[in-house]
Ligand binder design. Structure first.
Ligand code: NBG
Length: 825
């Protein structure tokens, strides 16, 4: 860096640091300098920000490790019931900031880092997101880990350590999404500990031979090694530090010796590659299961390694195997880990010599199943090939457990096997009958489960097996970390230490007392304003655009999906643009300016969703350049949506959109994050939007659109009595025609997208468009009365207590897991 002064910062501090860590004087700068020297083998004289971040992270990790070790000792000191959260996705985001806040060390580190000549804020930016998830389901798992540790509950997560997380999203010259790999492990990851001592052999393929009755011997095939990596999960304001164990696949031997001896070197190397391939990449599709062999392999690899590990821990307790469910509860996060059910059966029958009935009893007292979405299935022939023993067990469950009474149609619906060519295994049915309880993720979703897809099972098992846990979010990351100004204002206003409301979010209700206080309103608005400026700064740095921060900020950020209806939003924006264009300059002067933000990824193979991105990007290019309107309407698609980007966008929003077709969004969790940060909600009567409105009062949210019970009928009408769009919804037809005519470039490319609306319009845009435009108008009007808007914003934040993931985890701990908090002294 040319003439810059070296070392950076205070030379004496660096020199002191070189004397090493003094156990009696826990000194932050010393421990950072120590890591620069011994872990990185670098010096003050050549240290860049990336290196300083590594050293700071390693120093923080030392703190976590001590707590982590003590927590394990503490829980091992007497037989403790534990819960395990099996999730194929953990969308953790960054760790350093969160760890510092949870440890209560942020200010001290900020000082220490400054003395060393760096800024903590800059170092935080050096960290890459751990993006081992697609969206809501994976981020929920991350929030639940934070809440479990913060409430001192003995809960571990189990997942996979993907070499490549969710792809990086780029936008090509024509406005389309491009995908690049996410090599997040390229630099050392200070937040994980490889455990070469914790490994298991996992078998695939081969053959299964029955020996006396229900037992079998499974042998041959391919064996792969599962190696554990541990990620420390610090609780907030507690020493308790839990564990997230992620598995990596490795070839069992360096290469396949048989092939090697036969002189086939290439095949030998290939087999070792195929073992490593199992955990190489996170599948970027969400909500849908493609019949991909590698994905089924991932699912088995992960469930088998996790169960082996759980069983080993249980065996240390020296209890009879029949007591397994007294010490172990396992939560299945969606159907992905369903193979754990036949796998535990296999272990019990084939390895532990437990008779069938006793084994099934243990299994059905151990597992709990959360449904997050539609129903995946796996072709029987693939399962038979990859996991012959498990397919046998599934067929045995079908025969032995065939006690479901009722007509043949009902039986066919409930069966684990769907008839057809090929037959399929219905994973949701297997998860349901193999679990003690089944839950949905918001009231409406759980009601729908009970009334529709799980109805036959409700009739058979009784209603008490089916219940609801409304999702939640951690207020540590989604208030204190992403919006420090707001959390400070709340603490000052309520005269409470932050920890009080960050651990009991219902305390926010205390803010209601201040909603009419003009002084408080002013401070509240100032916080929002500075978060808008932070976002504007980010946009300017990343895209070069300058944003009017006095405008209303309207945000929709989530996975691109037809049911989430980003298309409705962009067509609404275009509708607004056309209306502005039709105004006189005088009329335009009276319009309140608005900036619309989109962010989100589309699955690489999801053609229609990718067209929506392209339309947003190209519409933005036209709209943002239009001299007549650009001061009152601008539009941004921010590429490469991530947890870290959400942390900037959410605190800056005035209004956010959650506009799924009614009955399609199981819950949604970003809706809760926006509201917690004082953003108002524009949405359909769907998922957790409903419960948010129940809490904050319907006068404080903007609802529109048809309700769930109407959806099926409307779809039926679209199928059998279609009405042309010009007749059904002229406003929308006009917008679509403009797009089709090439007003936003590329006439013709959008036809397949527009046709989904013109033709059977499965997601009901033509039905909801008019009320959507009406709702947007109400939002504009409400925003004019700034004081009333601020009050709504305060009320919204104040009533978010229910949506803390601490509450959700308590629901699980009590309804399902039967575990107890145990705080480290
Ligand atoms: C998603 C739902 C969301 C819900 C999250 C978390 C999947 C498969 N499902 O509505 O679509 O909020 O799960 O429960 O990601």
């Amino acid at each position: 860096k040319g003439k810059e002064k070296w070392p950076r910062g205070d030379e004496k501090v660096w020199k002191d640091g070189l004397r090493g860590v003094d156990k009696d004087v826990p000194d932050i700068t010393r421990s950072v300098v120590h890591h620069v020297q011994t872990s990185l083998a670098r010096q003050a004289y050549n240290l860049d920000e990336a290196g300083a971040y590594q050293a700071a992270a390693l120093s923080v990790r030392d703190n976590l490790l001590v707590n982590w070790n003590e927590t394990q000792l503490h829980f091992n000191s007497k037989p403790t019931k534990r819960a395990y959260y099996l999730s194929l996705e953990f969308l953790m985001g960054r760790t350093l900031d969160n760890a510092l806040l949870n440890l209560g060390l942020k200010n001290k580190y900020a000082d220490g880092i400054t003395k060393l000549g760096f800024s903590l804020e800059d170092l935080l930016e050096q960290e890459r997101d751990a993006a081992l998830g697609n969206g809501g389901l994976g981020r929920l798992a991350a929030c639940y880990l934070d809440s479990s540790a913060s409430q001192e509950l003995p809960v571990w997560g189990y997942g996979l350590r993907y070499q490549y997380g969710i792809f990086q999203q780029l936008i090509g010259p024509d406005g389309s999404q491009l995908e690049a790999p996410d090599p997040w492990l390229q630099h050392d990851n200070p937040w994980e500990l490889p455990r070469s001592d914790v490994t298991y052999d996992i078998r695939f393929y081969g053959h299964s031979e029955r020996v006396d009755g229900m037992k079998a011997v499974w042998s041959g095939g391919q064996e792969v090694l599962a190696v554990a990596y541990d990620v420390m999960i610090p609780g907030y304001a507690t020493k308790n530090t839990n564990n997230l164990r992620l598995w990596e696949s490795k070839p069992k031997r360096g290469f396949d010796l048989n092939s090697f001896n036969a002189g086939d070197y290439e095949r030998a190397v290939e087999s070792s590659n195929s073992a490593a391939a199992i955990t190489s990449v996170l599948y970027p599709n969400d909500h849908t299961t493609f019949g991909k062999e590698l994905r089924l392999k991932q699912q088995y690899f992960w469930t088998a390694a996790s169960l082996a590990d759980i069983l080993r821990r249980f065996k240390n307790l020296d209890k009879p195997i029949s007591e397994f469910p007294e010490y172990v509860s396992i939560q299945l996060n969606d159907t992905h880990p369903t193979l754990a059910i036949p796998e535990l059966m296999r272990i019990l029958l084939d390895e532990e010599d437990v008779p069938w009935d006793a084994a099934w009893d243990i299994v059905t007292r151990t597992f709990f199943f959360t449904n997050h979405t539609v129903l995946p299935k796996w072709p029987v022939p693939l399962m038979q090939h990859l996991l012959p023993r498990h397919m046998q067990i599934i067929f045995d469950i079908v025969t032995v457990e065939k006690k479901f009474p009722g007509d043949r149609e009902k039986l066919a619906r409930m069966s684990l096997i769907e008839e057809g060519f090929p037959q399929n295994v219905r994973m949701a049915n297997l998860a349901c009958i193999g679990s003690r309880k089944v839950n949905g993720v918001a009231e409406l979703h759980s009601d729908l489960l009970r009334a529709t897809i799980m109805k036959d099972f409700v009739d058979f098992f009784g209603i008490s097996k089916f219940f609801n846990v409304t999702n939640g979010i951690t207020p540590r990351r989604w208030l204190d970390q992403c919006n420090p100004l707001l959390s400070q204002l709340i603490a000052d206003t309520l005269k409470l230490p932050k920890a009080t409301f960050l651990k009991d979010l219902t305390r926010l209700e205390g803010l209601l007392k201040f909603e009419d206080d003009p002084n408080f309103q002013k401070k509240w608005a100032a916080v929002k304003q500075s978060n808008k400026e932070r976002l504007a700064h980010y946009v300017q740095v990343t895209t070069g655009h300058i944003i009017n921060t006095k405008a209303m900020f309207d945000v929709q950020i989530k996975r691109l999906h037809e049911y989430k209806r980003q298309t409705l939003n962009i067509l609404g924006v275009i509708h607004r643009y056309l209306a502005l264009k039709a105004m006189t300059p005088e009329e335009r002067k009276k319009v309140n300016p608005k900036v619309v933000f989109f962010a989100g990824k589309a699955a690489p193979g999801y053609y229609i969703a990718k067209l929506t991105i392209r339309l947003i990007v190209n519409a933005a290019r036209i709209i943002n350049e239009d001299p007549e309107t650009k001061d009152i309407l601008s539009l941004f698609f921010l590429p490469d949506y991530s947890v870290s980007l959400a942390e900037i966008l959410i605190p800056a929003s005035d209004i956010s959109q959650h506009i799924s077709t009614a009955g399609t969004e199981a819950s949604g969790t970003s809706n809760m994050k926006f509201c917690l940060n004082g953003g108002l909600l524009l949405g359909t009567v769907d998922g957790a939007n409903i419960e948010i409105a129940e809490e904050v009062g319907e006068q404080n949210v903007f609802f529109f659109g048809h309700l769930t019970p109407a959806v099926e009928d409307l779809r039926y009408q679209h199928m059998y009595h279609p009405v042309p769009i010009e007749q059904k919804c002229p406003g929308l037809a006009k917008v679509i025609n403009e797009v089709s005519a090439g007003r936003f470039g590329d006439a013709g490319v959008y036809e397949p997208l527009l046709n989904t609306i013109r033709q059977n319009d499965y997601y009901l845009l033509t039905e909801d468009f008019d009320s959507y435009i009406q709702a947007l108008k109400l939002v504009d009007e409400a925003y004019q009365d700034r004081t009333e808007w601020i009050k709504k914003s305060i009320r919204t934040t104040a009533k978010m207590g229910k949506f803390s993931s601490d509450r959700a985890i308590q629901d699980y701990a009590q309804e399902c897991w039967n575990i107890e908090s145990n705080k480290l002294p």
